[in-house]
Ligand binder design. Structure first.
Ligand code: SF4
Ligand code: SF4
Length: 382
């Protein structure tokens, strides 16, 4: 298990308190995207295909911390785009740590060495470095040679300074289980504290549409990987054992999209980190005004192949809290890779995909223009 005890107690206590309060829906991890600009253009990325005027938008430090307070989740994952491009990101991180919340700073590590002095090691802070496999796999995935070596150099430097490091590994249909298993072995030697692994979501805006996994291939891939690592016990994952069990086709989970609510330059994103189907101005509006039953595998075409942690980890964590012995047994025995898989969710009643991206972009561009025009008008009036 790659999650330290302090975090396990903190998050576990939070989940139990939510249950005692009778809250039906509560957030576990705030996904904070302070910008969409990135210094890479990965083939499987669906987050950066915006006009420059939107890529140049930033959430301010105050907006980021307001989102953290509004949401109240015990963990904040800072994503993007490349968050380290944000010139004041260290202040956001400091503010989150001061609130005693755990912060995962997701980065492709190209700017990490340069920015390291701005950050201090803390039990509440983790560098989550994007690494999709060994040198060949990763550089192929991010469409640029040399990125793996830069990430490794940054990891070494950060380890020397006492930081906690996790790697964030997304797998696609071309993943070779032997190579993935060897890669997981190798990150242990690097001193990496934990691994977050997930199948890539089939983003409609990603340049490469050929290599996304469907659910059947995802489950077989993860079984093949776990077989090579004592049912997954060989490696320190940041995710719950029940989520990993779900990836291997042993749990019939439904998505919990409100578990990882997302705040970005558009507002609070509906319904989840992966899908931008609408935006609202407050966390309360997101939680209370979203038709949650309209989303998730079986409910919506765009969710059909999704098995990503930001939708299903919260389901697994809730199950772990309700059935701690089941989770403990699994952690001790490892993930079962030979038994028949649980039945797949039926897709015959899902509603068809709606394509709303262009409308959101147009609306945002017009807001940006209006905001630019505002001070000029005031000057004239004054
Ligand atoms: S996947 Fe991450 S590193 Fe790659 S382009 Fe997208 S935001 Fe940048
Ligand atoms: S299944 Fe859940 S997490 Fe996945 S895209 Fe749909 S709403 Fe988002």
């Amino acid at each position: 298990m790659g999650i330290p005890l302090l975090q396990q107690f903190h998050v576990g206590g939070y989940v139990v308190r939510q249950h005692l309060k009778g809250r039906k829906r509560y957030p576990l991890v705030l996904m904070l995207e302070p910008l969409f600009r990135c210094n890479l253009a990965c083939a499987g990325c669906g987050k950066i295909d915006y006009p420059d005027k939107i890529l140049n938008q930033r959430l301010s430090v105050a907006q980021c911390l307001e989102a953290v307070d509004e949401c109240g989740a015990p963990v904040v994952s800072i994503a993007g785009g490349e968050p380290l491009i944000h010139s004041e990101l260290h202040k956001v991180v400091e503010g989150i740590i001061a609130r005693k919340k755990f912060v995962y700073l997701c980065t492709n590590a190209l700017l990490m060495e340069k920015k390291l002095d701005l950050y201090k090691p803390s039990p509440y802070f983790v560098w989550s470095v994007h690494l999709d496999g060994d040198r060949g796999m990763h550089d192929h995935s991010v469409c640029q040679d040399g990125v793996y070596d830069k990430a490794l150099a940054a990891i070494h430097k950060a380890k020397e300074r006492g930081f906690r490091i996790s790697i964030n590994c997304t797998l696609f249909s071309n993943a070779d289980p032997d190579r993935v298993a060897s890669f997981f072995d190798s990150v242990k030697d690097l001193g990496v504290d934990g691994i977050t692994v997930s199948p890539g979501y089939a983003y409609e805006r990603a340049p490469d549409q050929e290599h996304f996994l469907n659910r059947e291939r995802t489950k077989n891939l993860f079984r093949d990987i776990f077989r090579k690592g004592r049912g997954g016990r060989k490696w320190a994952f940041n995710q719950s054992s029940l989520f990993l069990d779900f990836l291997a086709g042993n749990q019939e989970y439904h998505c919990t999209p409100w578990g990882n609510p997302t705040r970005n330059v558009f507002g609070w994103q509906r319904p989840c980190y992966l899908l931008g189907e609408g935006y609202v101005g407050s966390f309360k509006e997101l939680m209370e005004g979203t038709d949650w039953d309209a989303y998730g595998t079986g409910n919506y075409e765009k969710c059909a192949d999704c098995m990503v942690h930001c939708g299903y980890e919260a389901t697994a964590v809730t199950d772990s809290v309700r059935k701690p012995l089941k989770a403990l047994r699994l952690a001790l025995r490892g993930i079962e890779t030979e038994k028949p898989m649980v039945p797949e969710i039926r897709l015959d009643k899902q509603r068809p995909a709606q394509y709303v991206f262009a409308n959101h972009v147009e609306k945002k561009l017009s807001e940006i223009e209006q905001a630019k025009a505002r001070p000029k008008t005031m000057e004239k009036v004054g």
